[in-house]
Design a binder for this molecule. Sequence first.
Ligand code: ADP
Length: 150
Amino acid sequence: MKRALFPGSFDPITLGHYDIILRGIKLFDEVVVAIGINSEKKYMFSLEQRKDFIEKAFKNHPQVKVVTYEGLTIDFCKKIDAQFILRGLRNPADFEFEKAIAHTNRKLSKIETVFLLTSSKTSFISSSIVRDVIRNHGDYTQLVPDSVKL
Ligand code: ADP
């Protein structure tokens, strides 16, 4: 069984994440969306809300699982027997950042990172911009799956 972990904060899930996950399940038998817990980070949405938004968005896709985890991503991959890490790439900044992490993960484990290029329709979307729109009472609904509700 080919299992990929899609790690991130998902604060909240956006149509950019949604697109990568939908394309990911065409490549893998299972995509595990893994919400990383970082006690030093401040989030707009609670862990439960973030998990609920993703679960509802994929309620008709049994190949998508949603979990939370702490610690190193590669350790969690080993724990759940995920052979791949799935990541999205939007721009050169994402590439440079992801390259260093993927090389480190490859040095520390056998886990392969697979990158999908963002779709043109969603390439500009980030959770931080969505949070800014929400804070300033803008129409965030065009940027996120319908399951994301305030
Ligand atoms: P982090 O907290 O690690 O930045 P995010 O939740 O923002 O995590 O993102 C998780 C993954 O989703 C990353 O690989 C990121 O590049 C990808 N991603 C985020 N937004 C988009 C988008 N609009 N298109 C494609 N990939 C995206």
